[in-house]
Design a protein around this ligand. Structure first.
Ligand code: UDP
Length: 481
């Protein structure tokens, strides 16, 4: 590429996430951190998501404060009326998304001005490495999933070769997996990423996850949304495969800290959500006593049958806690999802005095509200980090991907919550909620507060994540020279 600009010009970085909420969240926040350092940023959104963000958020006003911050759009390869629910991304990746997006990315990079100095590509989009190599642009991969998830994905071929996969039915679920270095003492079959439950290891999704994970270690460097303090032992393992790792998270906390340092209101951050946040739950929380409410949310992808939701709801109602429940549009699946509004309305009506339900919450604000004492979560990596930073103990009920291993780390490694995976029973939900909110409340509150302190220190000046972000900024500047 022709680089005829003055060397005084800021580096130009193109940031390209997978078109899913959790990936956009952390990658847009990293982009803002780089913009704060004076970089020119092009953020590449899918057409579909961009349209939603423009409608729902104040993105134009927010990013106007960063000269040189630009949004561009790219196809996700699917028709506009595709529902894009559940695991739509993986299901369409090989056949549609990769070929169409790859071509479009090449065109964008060839025509962009000024030229791009570095691409920060979603670590799941291995083809970005090919395009970067072709055009002579360095690529840094950002894996937005947890390091635990990344390391297990990376180890899948070794687990298969050792004969520890496939899983031999439900009676085999508590067997320890011994071939993932660093996790020998706590990783069971049931804690492996959901894809490993496929009876056949030739399953296209297993193969895809494995292939893309190994590819991301071929990038110039790897960004991970974590800290040394949280994931040090696993990071040491990952470094044996990819030496240059920037562990610079939790990114949302890092951004809040840097905005504060610039005397900007940390709450004045860009809310990049793809659903409209219902702020009324904050007024409801204002009326509740300290640490009396369990917040219940399963992220942006999880879907659930009506039966399961009803079990969760009974468990909550029968527990001793109040609750704030998020039921996203299109959350309920299957034949029994018809008339979902009626079900939700009925539940709402019956529990007005005990709980509050919204379609989408301002999650960071909710988790930092003094009334919230626990989080019943699907263990998505962003939600887990947001809960850790806010010092809120978790009850984990993982749905898919890295969530199974995240919930194991929360309960067994960090000891800041309980793991409820694979059970959906109102009695169990009730018992778990009571444990975290009443019986073992002080114990969990203490361990979560200690963890929060440690992790928050890492994003302050002199902390490990803060230094790793500075190193990333310097390294990208050098690419420009
Ligand atoms: N989120 C939100 N409001 C909600 C539910 C979720 O803002 O009501 C945000 C949450 O703060 C997190 C993201 O959506 O940043 C979900 O990402 P995560 O990695 O936890 O799970 P995923 O959606 O990818 O399964």
């Amino acid at each position: 590429m022709d680089k005829d600009r003055s060397s005084q010009a800021p580096p130009h970085v193109l940031v390209f996430p997978i078109p899913l909420q959790g990936h956009i969240n952390s990658m847009i926040k990293l982009s803002e951190l780089l913009a704060l350092a004076g970089f020119r940023i092009t953020f590449l959104n899918s057409d579909h998501n961009h349209e939603r963000l423009v409608k729902l958020t104040d993105m134009a006003t927010h990013f106007a404060r960063y000269p040189g911050f630009e949004f561009k759009t790219i196809t996700d390869g699917l028709p506009p009326d595709h529902p894009r629910t559940g695991n739509w991304f993986m299901e369409n990746y090989v056949e549609v998304i990769e070929p169409k997006t790859k071509q479009n990315l090449r065109e964008i990079l060839l025509n962009i001005s000024p030229p791009v100095d570095c691409i920060i590509g979603d670590g799941f989009l291995g083809f970005v490495l090919d395009v970067g190599k072709d055009l002579g642009i360095p690529v840094i991969c950002f894996r937005t999933s947890s390091p635990h998830g990344f390391w297990v994905y990376h180890s899948i071929p070794d687990i298969i070769q050792a004969g520890e996969l496939p899983i031999k039915g439900s009676e085999d679920m508590d067997r320890l997996i011994t071939t993932v270095p660093g996790m020998e003492t706590y990783l069971r079959c049931r804690d492996l990423p959901s894809f490993c439950r496929a009876p056949d290891m030739e399953d296209p999704i297993v193969k895809l996850v494995f292939k893309e994970t190994r590819r991301s270690t071929q990038a110039n460097a790897l960004i991970l949304n974590t800290t040394e303090e949280l994931d040090g032992p696993i990071l040491s393992q990952i470094r044996t495969k990819c030496r240059n790792i920037y562990a610079l998270g939790p990114i949302h906390a890092q951004l809040n800290t840097r905005l504060k340092a610039k005397h900007r209101d940390p709450h004045d951050h860009f809310s990049n959500t793809l659903w409209k946040e219902d702020e009324s739950c904050i007024s409801w929380l204002d009326q509740q006593s300290n640490r009396s409410v369990i917040y219940v949310s399963f992220g942006s992808i999880t879907t659930m049958s009506r039966d399961k939701l009803v079990e969760v709801w009974y468990g909550l109602v029968n527990s001793k806690a109040k609750f704030l429940l998020v039921v996203r549009p299109n959350f309920m699946t299957g034949e029994d999802s018809e008339g979902e509004d009626d079900v939700v309305r009925e539940l709402l009506e019956k529990t007005k005095d005990r709980g509050y339900t919204v379609q989408w919450a301002p999650q960071e604000a909710v988790l930092n509200h003094p009334a919230v004492g626990g989080f019943l979560t699907h263990s998505g990596w962003n939600s887990t980090l947001e809960s850790i930073v806010a010092g809120v103990p978790m009850i984990c009920w993982p749905y898919f991907a890295d969530q199974q291993v995240n919930s194991r780390a929360v309960s067994e490694v960090w000891k800041i919550g309980l793991d409820m995976k694979d059970v959906c029973d109102r009695k169990v939900v009730e018992k778990m909620v009571n444990k975290v909110m009443v019986d073992r409340k002080e114990e969990f509150a203490k361990s979560a507060a200690e963890m929060a302190k440690l992790i928050n220190q890492s994003v302050n000046e002199g902390g490990s994540s803060c230094s790793n972000l500075d190193r990333l900024i310097e390294d990208i500047r050098e690419m420009r020279l």
